[in-house]
Design a protein around this ligand. Sequence first.
Ligand code: AMP
Ligand code: MG
Length: 414
Amino acid sequence: MLSVDEVERIILNLVKPFDPVIDREILPLAQTLNRILAEDIKSELDFPNWDNSAMDGYALRYADLEDSQDLRLAVAPDQIPAGMAIAKPIIKGQCIRIFTGGMLPVGVDTVIMQEDTERIGDFLQLKVKPAQGEYVRRKGEFITAGTILVKAGTKLGVTEIGALASARCQQVKVYRQPKVAIISTGNELVSLDDSQPLQLGQIIDSNLYALSALVTQAGAIAISFGAVSDRKDELEVVMQKAIASADMVISTGGVSVGDYDYVEELLEKMGADIYVRSVAIKPGKPLTVAALMHSDRGSDRTLYFGVPGNPVSTMMSFWRFIHGAIAKLGGADETNWYPQFMKAITTDDLHSQGRRETYLWGRLIYQKGNPIFQPVKNYSSGDLIGAIGTNALAVMRVNQTYVAAGDEAIVMII
Ligand code: AMP
Ligand code: MG
């Protein structure tokens, strides 16, 4: 059985990221939130594009203060609001009223904020001596023209979108979203759309919904292939269709050692290379990772994940292994390929048998700024209801069997 770290490495090595030219689309900036940038974007302008004031106050020449004993300057008759270019320089010994974003006149190098002054008629009394250059945003101080503003592979968030807008970037080249096919397997499954009363032994195919949500959250497009019965011939047809139509396939169920677990056998029959059959992780031990050639995709292989059907195990396999694979496939830079871990105080004892890396689900909250982990009451991987509210997983490494309530645990953020 492979370790969690080995499986993570194997999977990421198997993923070939999208091509930045072929696998991209051009979108208006407003539609790019959470999309992955497919090219470096350079700034065509200096930012700021001219020296300007960072405050409402008065602009002055610092050297004039050196000459004045009493920190008193004459006030020029003009004002400089934002958006106005002032052509004439101010005369020596004068300061000028300026507002935030207002362009500094030639020769002026310092701004004193309004609150630190007192206006006495045509004069300004400074209450403190400003430092030279204070409250001035210099031309090119944030970035100079021609430098990279946002790098390819960046997931576009609020700050990036704002910066790209200020750089007049109307259209943005982003990677297309990976298409991820989802297949649920199991004779017991009934579609949520089905209006017939549930028969004894039947359950709703909830994994389809949870997995679709996970895939969407990871920035990809989920394509449902519905619930398939545990019949080899039927399953094979659906698996083949899914492989042909998606960049990645996830099937749930049928990867364990039960008599109806056919996924691996069928993958082998289809000529897939199988890289992972099980992982030393709890929950989520049965995990099939395979790659298959597909005629439509040249030499690029489709990655296939067969994850266990127990609802929390399905999620665990996704959180720990598939999320990063989608990020890499979709062109996101390396900072997006790995889960984030942090430390938090656990409110309850955490136990593990210590044989497999164990993930205990629960809720990460903050109390007076301190991260606190509240584990769920019951860790049954079949208990979706008990998992409601989960936003973090405590990690117990192999051989670690106990973390006492009140002690620090390692927590993976999901
Ligand atoms: P399996 O991995 O196929 O052995 O399934 C393990 C458990 O997960 C069984 O109790 C199944 O009924 C349940 N299960 C399998 N697939 C799903 C699904 N799509 N939605 C909800 N539960 C499922
Ligand atoms: Mg099954």
